[in-house]
Design a protein around this ligand. Structure first.
Ligand SMILES: [Zn+2]
Length: 245
């Protein structure tokens, strides 16, 4: 197995992946679970999401194709390439199928609605922001986009899940996918540069309406609020107390 970059949507867990696809291990039949492809060997299994643009194609390794981020090498000399121009796919080692099917795809409104409509989610006493960032519930919504989504939906990051209204959950499920898609489109080749500078995954300043804007005026039209900052579960949060209740 060869990696040609350190990450896609998430950093590669290289150690675990290399163990699962170690030399001499045998491929078992791949499976599809929810929106993910499960690659299996006797050593373990990996959930692969194609994201928005991922695909598997024969590889010409050691020649590496454009956007070929991972190469699997076989004993007969053949090789399989994972190609993903927009890099929103991921390879995640998992131990059980349950782990795979539970997490919603944040690019899919219906998948988000399913998670939001779960009674355990709706009755939860944790903050909506912490719940949005729970990787076991939603696959890959980081600090920036959880806050930006809450801003766009007009919901305070500090509100408990229990207190979020059904129509607000609907709004969240509507605003998250285009927000992420926009971020990916804006990304292109500057993603890694941005990440290096700011140490945070993804994110582009023109998309940051609330993130890192402490004491700046709210950018929502007609709102005269001032952006506030607080810390939740060790991470900074920003919100407008006027339009996010
Ligand atoms: Zn506001």
């Amino acid at each position: 197995m060869r990696f040609h970059r350190p990450d896609l949507r998430f950093p590669f867990d290289k150690k675990s992946l290399e163990r699962i696809f170690s030399q001499g291990s045998t491929f078992l039949a791949p499976q599809r679970v929810a929106k993910q492809l499960v690659l299996r060997t006797e050593q373990g299994m990996v959930a692969v999401s194609l994201g928005m643009s991922g695909s598997f194609l024969p590889s010409q390794y050691p020649k590496v194709a454009l956007h070929e981020h991972v190469t699997l090498l076989f004993q007969d000399g053949s090789a399989l390439a994972f190609i993903d121009p927009r890099r929103f796919g991921f390879w995640r080692p998992v131990v059980s199928y349950e782990e795979i099917s539970k997490a919603a795809d944040p690019l899919n409104p219906r998948s988000l609605q399913e998670v939001f409509s779960h009674p355990a989610f709706r009755r939860s006493l944790r903050s909506i922001k912490d719940a949005l960032m729970d990787q076991t519930l939603i696959g890959g919504l980081g600090n920036i986009y959880a806050l930006e989504a809450l801003f766009r939906a007009g919901v305070s990051p500090r509100r408990k899940c229990l207190r979020v209204k059904p129509q607000e959950y609907l709004r969240l499920a509507e605003v998250i996918p285009p927000l992420l898609a926009h971020a990916i489109d804006a990304g292109g080749s500057t993603i890694s540069t941005y990440r290096r500078l700011h140490g945070e995954q993804g994110g582009f300043q023109e998309l940051h309406l609330v993130y890192d804007r402490t004491l700046e005026p709210c950018l929502k039209q007609g709102c005269s609020g001032i952006i506030q900052r607080c810390v939740q579960s060790g991470r900074s949060s920003w919100w407008c107390p006027r339009c996010q209740k």
